[in-house]
Design a protein around this ligand. Sequence first.
Ligand SMILES: [Zn+2]
Length: 498
Amino acid sequence: MSLYLKYRPINFNNLVGQDHAVTTLRNALKHKSLTHAYIFSGPRGTGKTSLARIVAKALNCLNPIDESEPCNECAICDSINKGRLVDMIEIDAASNRGIDEIRELRDKIVFAPSQAKTKVYIIDEVHMMTKDAFNALLKTLEEPPSHAYFILATTEVHKIPETIISRCQQFNFKRITQSDIVKRLQYIAEQENVTADDESLNLIAKISNGGLRDAIGLFEQMIIDGSIAFDKVAENLGLGGTIHVEKFFQNLLQRKPLKAIEILNQINAQGKSLEQFISDVISYLREQMLINLSDSNEIKIIIGFIEIFSDAKMKISQSIIPQLPLEIGVIKACNFGTEEVIELSEEKTEKPKITKEVKKEEIAEKVQIAQDKLENALSESKSFPDVSLDEVKNNWQRIVDNIETPFVRMSFLDGEPVKYEDGVLHLNFKSSTYMDKIANTSNQAVVQKAFETVLGSKIGLKLEVKKVSLNTVDTKVEDNKDSSVIEMAQEVFGGKNN
Ligand SMILES: [Zn+2]
């Protein structure tokens, strides 16, 4: 016997998730005020036909508990549980759509029940009936004999004629909540001695979308050697990929690079294609992008991720270690758009610290290289042009005018001479963009030519962005912009050597 049949609710008390219908029906039974026709509508597997049978039992039970709950022990309850009671007539409209069944029903309904107190007609999937059958049914519903009750069950109530609906009391069955399904599955697992973790049960509940019958069916299929394991469940449901992709994305958002890399390792260890996985990640990100179009903050992050992993994917085939470009992608994604991502993260304090340390080291290294370069350049300069800062300042306009290339000239104008020392002119720039232009080798040549024309010799240049200097590395690091490394210090050397 399937677990679904075995654990089918046999009384009101163990029917899950339809409290409204249960309460109303029990009250009507107590007060002997049950209507003769009901429509139970709602998604599949939510307990419609189970409840219909419970009502049939409650109507006919020889020893009802509390005047409403079937005892499940008397001869009538027993016959109904075994599907043998001739006075409970179940019609599956999906396979008996024709008028003949309804005509037969109409002809026999007038006869008194043979065993029980009442006759109960349960018509499942009633929306499948033909128009003629509905018309015949309508005539019966207009004047039902006092011993006859109808329960019409349907997943598509909108297909039932209004004339029928208006003669019935309707209960709308809700999808059963995930937690109610999990509770029921936990109960069944206990009864059956099956070990199952909550993650698996939640996944099964989620997949069955509020239908307990499907959930129990899935649960049964997933039992292997007396237990249910999450990986197997995900795998069997064809969700292995999706779940990994979702987890991967969540880890990136939460800035957990190690956990994201762990997922890559798992996929690799399972012998699956990382390239396929990252394609799945990109399609998933695309979906997320389209879903979150209205959230500019989220979109920025998602597009950033898409760019990072599209780039990483192209590099897989060229990499000696195929996993490496993806690992780099993970780290980039976890550092992406620091300020915005932090808001989404639960690890606000943890992550930026790491970023800061990495960047600090990186910057310190670059600064060291720059300083070394400067020292080398200075030691190589045999003599410095014999000028003062004032002299440079006084001649500034002439120097600028002598820069032949217009955009180099414009960029140079952003800089301000602040110091002249040991043959090196210190220039402060407001913008790193302009500074970068001047740092470019061919543009340097254009600038040096102007110095030579005006001052009689080339000159050492040290370029800096105004608010940032080598002394303030520690405080500036917190801003964490990628370009800050470049902004830190940059030297351009001319000098009079050779
Ligand atoms: Zn009974």
